[in-house]
Design a protein around this ligand. Sequence first.
Ligand SMILES: [Zn+2]
Length: 258
Amino acid sequence: MKRFAELLDALLFTPSRNGKLRLMQEYFATTPDPERGWALAALTGELSFAEAKPSQVRDLAMARVDPELFGWSWDFVGDLAETVALIWPEPEMQDQSAVPSLSEIVSTLQGASRADVGAHLAPWLDALDATGRWALLKLVTGALRIGVSARLAKTALAEAREQRCTACYVLLRPQKWNEIKAAGEVMTCDSCGRILFYDPSHEPPPPEPDKKRAKKAKATPEAEVPSESVIVTIPPVPGALLNGVQRASLKEFLYSRM
Ligand SMILES: [Zn+2]
C-alpha cells in the first residue's frame, strides 16, 4: 500500500501526461502480482467497495479527535480524505507490519459488512503515514481522482491482442498468450517490458461467410437453400475463441439460413 500511496501522490503532483505514464510504467514494472493487478483496477476505476461510505470515515475520525476541531478542519481543507489523513493522531510507534497491502485491503473490505468497515480501517490508519492514510481513504470511498483517465492508465500498459503485444508487435509465446487469456492475469511483455492486459471483446470477429454463397442465398428464396450450405458457411473459428455475443450472432446467422 505504501508504494501505491506514493504512486498516487506522485501522479497527483505530476501534471504532464508523459510524466504520469513514466510513473505508472515504473510502478507496474517493479510491483509484484497481485498487487499491481489491484492497482490497475483502482487506477482505471474498476475497484469499488460498496460497503465503505464517507460517513463511516467521518465517524471514525470524530471518535479519535475532538469533533469540533474536526469540523473546522474539514471546513478549511474541504476534502474528507485529506482532512482525516492530516488530523488522524499518529501512534507513538507505527507498527510497520500492520501496514496493509492493496491485496489485503481488497480482500478484507470486499468481504466486510457495512458495520465492520470502520473496525478494519482504524488499525490500517494507525499503521500508515499521512500519504498512506490519504490514499487508503481515497481508495475505499471511491474518490480516487488523481488526473489519470482509464485510457491513460492503460497506455502505460499494452494490450495483448491476437497473440501480440500491441505496443512492440512482438509475438507472444503460446504459453504466455494462453495464460493471459485464461487467467486475465497481469504479465509483462518480454520485449518492451510493458504490462500486458487482455480484453476478450477485442478478439477478431469470426471471418465473413463466403461472399458468393451469401449472394446466392440472398437471391434464392430462403426455403430453397439446400441444407448443406448451412454446414459449409460455419466460420472456421474454434468454439473457444467465440465470446457470447459472437456466438449469439453466429447462431442467428445460421438460423436465418435454415
Ligand atoms: Zn511489447
